[in-house]
Design a protein around this ligand. Structure first.
Ligand SMILES: N[C@@H](CCC(=O)N[C@@H](CS)C(=O)NCC(=O)O)C(=O)O
Length: 254
């Protein structure tokens, strides 16, 4: 990935997306996928996990990623706002169901995965727990920025396993019901934003293999441990593999 610095990107027009570099970061990759499958071009912009990212803050007002900036429109950071923008820039292929019941279901399920308080929010408390409890001074910037930004507390970490299990069971149930009616997708018979969201976030439980996902071994271990702990059903990864095979490109590029 050929990243521009935030200072460089701020001088350009068009669509620019700040992405966490060097990591298959779930929110960043999911945001990109909305534009990738629609063939919408963008300029990738560098965000460095857990750091102050002063240039990005100066330009967009945000420290973390993704941040999506189109021309002089307000920066978008929320996953639902990012889906809406991609849909507006190119309605094809549609990623949001036209049927209102399906649409409600899609946004609701995406929120279970990537909304504040959802799967990843809680999985992150569990991933952060060893760092938050470590006295290693090398991890102090991470404790301060990410611990604070994402509301880590011992109570939140203690409550997280039940929520993680609940969401994974819910998602697997949706896919099983769809399998019974002969569809490989979460909703109806075609791709939606939810399929792309899950393809990205599934990597935080079972990262795609090294040959298509050359990620940092330390982060791979953190993600894989989450998978060993949560024991997600296989159908979640059969779905993920189907989506990568048919709608996304490998190897991952971050
Ligand atoms: N703003 C996003 C959530 C973004 C988010 O949580 N990003 C994390 C992904 S782990 C991040 O940037 N982490 C690295 C950092 O905080 O520096 C949303 O509302 O959908």
């Amino acid at each position: 990935m050929d990243y521009k610095s935030p200072a460089e990107a701020s001088q350009l027009g068009g669509l620019r997306i700040a992405l966490t570099a060097g990591v298959p970061a779930p929110w960043s990759m999911a945001a990109r996928y909305m534009f990738d499958v629609k063939g919408i071009e963008y300029i990738p912009v560098l965000q460095v996990a857990s750091e102050a990212n002063e240039e990005l803050v100066a330009w967009t007002g945000h420290r973390n990623a993704p941040v999506v900036v189109l021309d002089d429109e307000p920066p978008r950071t929320n996953w639902a706002d990012i889906i809406e923008l991609a849909e507006r820039l190119n309605p094809e292929p549609p990623l949001v169901p036209a049927d209102p019941e399906q649409r409600i279901r899609m946004f609701g399920l995406c929120n279970e995965i990537c909304g504040a308080g959802g799967y990843m929010w809680n999985a992150r408390h569990l991933m952060m727990a060893p760092l938050m409890n470590s006295s290693d001074p090398g991890l102090s910037s991470m404790r301060q920025t990410m611990g604070k930004a994402y509301g880590y507390s011992e109570q939140a970490a203690a409550a997280a396993p039940a929520l993680v299990a609940q969401v994974l069971t819910l998602l697997a149930g949706e896919l099983e019901a769809q399998q019974t009616r002969g569809s490989r997708y979460y909703l109806g018979d075609s791709l939606t934003a939810l399929d792309l969201v899950w393809a990205s976030f599934s990597n935080t439980l079972r990262p795609l293999p090294e040959e298509v996902n050359p990620m940092d071994p330390g982060i791979r271990k953190v993600y894989s441990s989450m998978g060993e702990f949560a024991k997600p059903p296989d159908i979640l990864f059969e779905h993920r593999d189907f989506i990568y095979r048919n709608h996304l490109t490998l190897p991952l590029d971050f």
